[in-house]
Design a protein around this ligand. Sequence first.
Ligand code: UDP
Length: 231
Amino acid sequence: MIGSSLREDGREYNELRPLKIEVGVLDRADGSAYLEVGGNKILVAVYGPRESYIRRLLKPNTGVIRCRYNMAPFSVDDRKRPGPDRRSSEISKITADALRPALMLENYPRSMVDVFIEVIEAEGGTRCAGITAASVALADAGIPMKDIVVGCAAGKVNNEIVLDLSEVEDKEGQADLPLAIMPRTGEITLLQSDGDLSESEFSKALELAMDGCMQVSEIQKEALRKKYTDE
Ligand code: UDP
């Protein structure tokens, strides 16, 4: 069933949580963004392209992107142990993989782009929100890009396919399908699946997440326009 009842926070099945993005919030970084979606608060700093002292990571014919996703110890109800863990390593990797296809780093051989994603408060869907914010921060850093990658998840809660799961929905739900795309072409740069979905539920969730990505993409573009037309 789709769309037969309201969700625990009163949203329709295809409704995003309130979302706002601010561009260029840090002075020292080359690019930065701050994003809030529902109860998530995420700050992203981008540095580069720049030389790196970690020589083994550099490539002779292209620039390289490196991401660090980090959740603050106070970002969740139960204090999170500080420092990297399996989950943050995984999210750091999939974030770099999701962003890389959009970046035109060929003109920056032997250099590094560093993306730091700091989750200050978490309330479900932080990997997608981090990708969305990181992409805006990369644009703010002036890094040539084919497109602004955008992330949004859909999932299954109370046997319904719904958009942009909250933390409660993520924990109590039956499935979660985080997606990132390049909106101009619809090319998928991240697709994960956690939980059980039938083939038709998967198609519905994918379609809904795609639709969510297109909505979030408009807010990304608006945030960038605001920064670069107000100045
Ligand atoms: N979460 C938590 N403690 C943790 C990790 C996650 O409370 O150590 C919460 C947090 O709100 C997060 C949610 O669980 O957003 C869902 O986590 P998941 O691993 O599914 O990633 P996300 O949905 O944030 O991309």
